[in-house]
Design a binder for this molecule. Structure first.
Ligand code: NAD
Length: 298
């Protein structure tokens, strides 16, 4: 069985790595947060002391990091993957980053004889724990076929969407749709609540109709409890929309709705909500209307 390296054991990476261990894969892990590394070691992973170290001991290297600069540092920086990686290895970056950054990193890795896939995910922490994430993968088809079984341990769907960078382009589209859905849900639910209708009943009444969505089903129960514990932090969604705006403007694609939600998130950040779950976007609309969308008392 191929040896797997896993770098980045945060909210998403840790449960994903645990699922690989449970399935019996031989895993070497690294994170700058040593507590996360130790937790995986107690479950049977080998401890890596740097990204370089992990790459030198494995054939397939998986990364799950916050954003483009972290991915560049871990792969191309000092003590990075590129210093230790074996020719013929495959690197799968599962982080959500700028498509252009994926292409840059891939070019550098190709010179070292290493193929790269950009394979961001959708689904959040619950699906990372269940192993039911949705993978959108860009890069060479042969490398995709080599790692598909490994990704399938962590995801319910694994889709090859095109060349390197296209996984992250797909993810940007995903993140625009999710952010706008949460904003639409927020505006509507604040209106209904201030009009005196129980938002829980509004949710029950509309979830089976055309306004129903995965976002509504995932976020409304949390909103009704006032639970904005992440999950997916607003600051990470700001990062994704920043990448979406940059990419869109470079291509000559105006995205006015996205820029509006971006400013909503910026206001929430100023108000100290950057680390809330993105379901917490509703707090901006609640504040405008001075109305909280919570369960009515019985
Ligand atoms: P996180 O911040 O919880 O985890 C990132 C991990 O990377 C941390 O453990 C951190 O210590 C580690 N790290 C950072 N720099 C490092 C370095 N130089 N060397 C080694 N380790 C380093 O983030 P997350 O929520 O797990 O998200 C990871 C990626 O997945 C992001 O791109 C995010 O946008 C994406 N994503 C997150 C969710 C979600 O719901 N949280 C859902 C889908 C996609």
């Amino acid at each position: 069985m191929k040896k797997i390296g896993f770098i980045g054991l945060g909210i998403m990476g840790k449960p994903m790595a645990k699922n690989l261990l449970k399935t019996g894969y031989d895993l070497t892990v690294f994170d700058i947060n040593n507590d996360a590394v130790e937790e995986l070691v107690t479950l049977g992973a080998a401890k890596g002391i740097s990204s370089k170290d992990v790459a030198s001991k494995t054939d397939i290297i998986l990364t799950m990091l916050p954003n483009s600069p972290h991915v560049k540092e871990v792969i191309l920086g000092k003590d990075g993957v590129i210093e230790g990686v074996k020719q013929g290895s495959v690197l799968v970056d599962m982080s959500s980053i700028a498509p252009l950054a994926s292409q840059e990193v891939s070019e550098a890795l190709l010179k070292a004889g290493v193929k790269m896939l950009d394979a961001p995910v959708s689904g959040g922490e619950p699906k990372a724990i269940d192993g039911t994430l949705a993978f959108m993968v860009g890069g060479p088809e042969a490398a995709f076929n080599e790692v598909k079984d490994i990704l399938s341990v962590m995801g319910a769907s694994v889709t090859h969407v095109g060349e390197i960078g296209s996984g992250n382009t797909t993810k940007l589209a995903n993140q625009i749709i999710v952010a706008l859905n949460i904003a639409a849900m927020s505006e509507a639910m604040v209106l209904a609540t201030k009009a005196g209708v129980d938002p829980e009943k509004v949710f029950d009444a509309i979830k089976g109709g055309l306004a129903g969505s995965t976002v509504l089903n995932a976020k409304m129960p949390l909103v009704l409890d006032g639970n904005f514990k992440p999950g997916f932090r607003i600051e990470l969604h700001i990062k994704d929309l920043m990448n979406a705006l940059d990419t869109a403007h470079e291509l000559g694609v105006p995205i006015p709705l996205t820029s509006n939600v971006m400013e909503t998130m910026q206001a929430l950040k100023v108000d100290g909500h950057a680390k809330d779950d993105h379901g917490g976007i509703i707090q901006f609309y609640e504040n405008l209307a001075k109305t909280k969308v919570r369960k009515f008392r019985k």
